[in-house]
Every structure is written in structure tokens, then in C-alpha cells.
Design a protein around this ligand. Structure first.
Ligand code: HEM
Length: 413
């Protein structure tokens, strides 16, 4: 009998699709069909290790085009494999792990936060405000003067890519059409740098990208450079969703807000890790087997489609005790196993597809927690803060409304 199709169950169960079936089948992995295509869904640190290490899986034809074209896209670092991937990935690693560049990112975030806050006289929806704040941060961080950019247009397009990647039909098509405008803008910017019309700081991420050479010594072509520029800008805006979850956690567990407000910031890093573990973002990542192999009694053949369940791995009780509890203290003695906390992928940063923006994400979130708990005064009026696990990507229903927002007495504290 053919394996039944689970597409409808996937949408109905949302982030819990894998979790429910792993429990029911008492297994690390199960076979199903999604959109008519046979797939193996797996979870846990061992599954993440197999998925991310040893070059077993390619991302080629591993995600629906509706997702691919709004996120990484064709020609991007994620679509590459082997030595070519390794080389392009080193560029991202250089841009995104440099201590000075990360310090600058934090400073830009604080600067834009205070700049935006000056205009917030009435209640604001944090998620909406962060889209503009983070678009300005991203544009400035890569090396573009924000006064030369149509920020509302770019902010809308970048946020639309994230919001609609998990949707099908007209909203997805519309976001893809709008993305073409971002691609045109990014392509013209790259061409402007090449022909000298646009001047950028030679050390900036944008200059590094525009002058990056491939393994054969040729320059990145214009379309690929534009896609990679968007791959720096869009995810910085996406971090806003994690910042909203951090604000939610500070509200739901106010003792943490009080601890940080008192000046005891020792656990800020642990708090941020727990937000990344506990709250949902990408449900799964897809890969296709590059060669045949056995794992835990499952036989994988070349071309087999595998979905690694990120959400279920972050809540796997073999790695996390009482995983459904929000408990930042658990990170005080965490071993740092790269395959247990995988909201941004597992394995190694350079050799595999692990997210190169993980440190940048953590820095932005830590700065946001600092600003929310120590440098910003605000109230949280009654609102619908429920987080539906059937909506990809997840967010509190209200987007997190804040009232009476203003700088706390001391900005530096
Ligand atoms: C909200 C925060 C973020 C989340 C949840 C996230 C999630 C992820 C995940 C799950 C992957 C692995 C994809 C795979 O295995 O194929 C990934 C890869 C990637 N991420 Fe992120 N990311 C975030 C922030 C960032 C930031 C801030 C940047 C850059 C500024 C970034 C750039 C990338 C790139 C270029 C890749 C492709 C890497 C490769 O294929 O080798 N991400 N991200």
C-alpha cells in the first residue's frame, strides 16, 4: 500500500506535525508523503548530525519553490555544494563572525532603536516597528547610506519574503513579485559599485560581496551578488521575530526582566539561547541524499528527500530536561553540542549549511533584551499574546503591543 500523503496533516498540526508522530511511533524518523513526494521526517541530535555533517545531503530541489524563491533562492550559498559552497560560505563566515562587525551591528541596533522610539507617542506594535528599525540597521551595516534608500519599500519587501515563505497561492506569488523589485535594486547597487557610481567603504560587507571572487577567480555575477546581498538584509530583518519572542518572554516571566533591570545581566546570554530553543521559527529544513547510506535501520538512497525537524529537536527530551518549560538556567552548564540547539541549523559553520548569521542573531537579541529591560520604559496593555503553532512562521497574535514607550531614566546603566 502506498504511504499516505500528509500535506494536510502538516498544515493542521503545524510545528507539532513531527513531534506528535515521533511520540506515537516511538521513533527518531518516519516515512510519509508531502505534496505527493515521498519524504523521511527525522529529529534529534543524532539525526541533526547525520543531516548536517559528512556532506550527505544537498539542498538542490529540497524545498518547495514557493519557499526557495522567497528565502535563499537559486544561485545562493545555500544552493551550492562541495568546494564551491565551502568557498562562498567562507565569505559569509568572514563578514558575520568578525568581532568589530558584530559590535557595530549591536551599536547600530541601539542607535536605530532610540531613533525610532522618539516618534512613538501612542501604542506601537513591536513586530511592525522592528521591521523598519532592522531594515535601517541592515542597510547601514552592509555599508549603504539609508538616506539613499526607499526604506519603507525595502522594509515591506524584506518582511514580505519572511511572512509569506510558509504560505501558498496568491500571497506567496505577490511576495515573489515584490521580491523582484528588491533584486533589481540590489543588482543596480552592485553594478554601481563596479562602475564607480556608488562609493562604499572598502571593508564593508557590501564591498566584500561586490568584489568577491569565485574559486575560478571570476567575479560573482550580478544576479548572484544581488541574491547574496538580500541574504544578508532579509535575515537581519527576520531576527525581529526572535526579538518579539524575547519581549514576550520578559513579559510572561517578569522576574527575568527585574533581574536584568537590576544590573545583574549574567544570564542575558542564557535567556537569549532559551528564547531561540523554546519559541518556533523554521519548522523543518529539507535535504536530498547525495549517496546511499544506513542510519538507525533506515536505508537512504540517492535522491531521497529528508526533512529535519528543527522544532522537535529543540524540544527533544533526550537533550533537554522538561523541554516544554522556559528555563534559561539550563544553559549555565550546557555542553554546547552543535546538534542539540538547532533553530539555525546544526553541524559546522564552514563545512556544512549551518547558519552563518547565528552570532549576529544572538548579538542583536542580547542587545534587544538589554534595551528592553534596562534602557526602555514601556507597559504591556491587554492583548492577544497567544502563539499559534499552526502559523509558519509563528508570532504572537497581537505582534506584541507596547504602550507608553520611552527611554528609561538612564540610557547607559
Ligand atoms: C531569525 C534568525 C535566523 C534564523 C532562524 C535562521 C535560520 C537558518 C537556518 C535554519 C539555516 C540552515 C539552512 C540549511 O540547513 O540549509 C540558515 C542558513 C543561512 N542563514 Fe540564517 N537564520 C537567521 C539569521 C540569519 C542572519 C542574521 C543571517 C545573515 C545576516 C543569515 C544568513 C544565512 C545564510 C546565508 C544561510 C545559508 C548557509 C549555507 O547554506 O551554508 N541567517 N539560517
Amino acid at each position: 500500500m502506498p504511504t499516505p500523503d500528509s500535506s494536510i496533516a502538516f498544515l493542521a498540526d503545524g510545528y507539532l506535525f513531527g513531534h506528535r508522530r515521533f511520540l506515537r511511533m516511538r521513533s527518531d524518523a518516519f516515512r510519509t508523503r508531502i505534496m505527493g513526494r515521498p519524504a523521511v521526517v527525522m529529529h534529534g541530535s543524532e539525526a541533526a548530525r547525520i543531516f548536517y555533517e559528512g556532506d550527505r545531503f544537498t539542498r538542490d530541489r529540497a524545498m518547495p519553490t514557493s519557499v526557495l524563491h522567497l528565502l535563499q533562492d537559486e544561485g545562493s550559498v545555500q544552493s551550492l555544494a562541495g568546494a564551491v559552497h565551502h568557498h562562498r560560505k567562507s565569505l559569509f563566515a568572514r563578514m558575520l563572525t568578525d568581532d568589530d562587525a558584530l559590535r557595530r551591528l549591536r551599536e547600530l541596533y541601539a542607535d536605530e532603536w532610540f531613533r525610532a522610539m522618539a516618534d512613538w507617542s501612542a501604542a506601537v506594535i513591536l513586530h511592525e516597528k522592528l521591521i523598519t528599525v532592522l531594515t535601517r540597521v541592515a542597510v547601514r551595516w552592509v555599508g549603504i547610506n539609508p538616506d539613499t534608500v526607499d526604506i519603507p519599500a525595502r522594509a515591506g519587501e524584506l518582511a514580505g519574503m519572511i511572512e509569506n515563505a510558509g504560505k501558498f497561492g496568491p500571497p506567496n506569488w505577490l511576495a515573489r513579485q515584490r521580491r523582484h523589485r528588491t533584486e533589481r535594486w540590489a543588482g543596480e547597487l552592485i553594478a554601481g559599485i563596479w562602475n564607480g557610481d556608488v562609493l562604499v567603504d572598502p571593508g564593508s560587507p557590501l564591498a566584500q560581496l561586490a568584489h568577491h571572487t569565485e574559486l575560478d577567480g571570476s567575479r560573482l555575477d550580478q544576479a548572484a551578488a544581488a541574491v547574496e546581498l538580500i541574504n544578508l538584509l532579509r535575515p537581519i530583518v527576520a531576527v525581529g521575530r526572535f526579538i518579539v519572542f524575547a519581549a514576550l518572554a520578559l513579559h510572561v516571566w517578569p522576574s527575568w526582566r527585574r533581574v536584568f533591570a537590576s544590573g545583574d545581566t549574567a544570564d542575558v546570554g542564557n535567556f537569549v539561547q532559551e528564547v531561540r530553543r523554546y519559541y518556533p521559527f523554521f519548522p523543518v529544513i529539507g535535504g536530498r541524499a547525495q549517496h546511499g547510506f544506513e542510519w538507525h535501520g533506515h536505508r537512504f538512497e540517492i535522491g531521497d528527500w529528508v526533512l529535519l525537524d528543527l522544532f522537535a529537536t529543540n524540544r527533544d527530551e533526550r537533550s533537554w530536561s522538561d523541554p516544554g518549560r522556559f528555563q534559561p538556567e539550563r544553559f549555565r552548564d550546557w555542553t554546547g553540542d552543535p546538534n542539540t540547539l538547532i533553530p539555525q541549523g546544526g553541524g559546522d559553520l564552514i563545512d556544512g549549511h549551518r547558519c552563518p548569521g547565528e552570532r549576529a542573531t544572538i548579538e542583536l537579541m542580547e542587545e534587544a533584551v538589554h534595551l528592553l529591560s534596562r534602557a526602555t520604559h514601556y507597559a504591556v496593555p491587554p492583548q492577544d499574546l497567544r502563539v499559534s503553532l499552526r502559523r509558519f512562521p509563528a508570532l504572537p497574535e497581537s505582534g506584541f503591543v507596547m504602550d507608553a514607550v520611552g527611554p528609561a531614566v538612564s540610557r547607559t546603566g
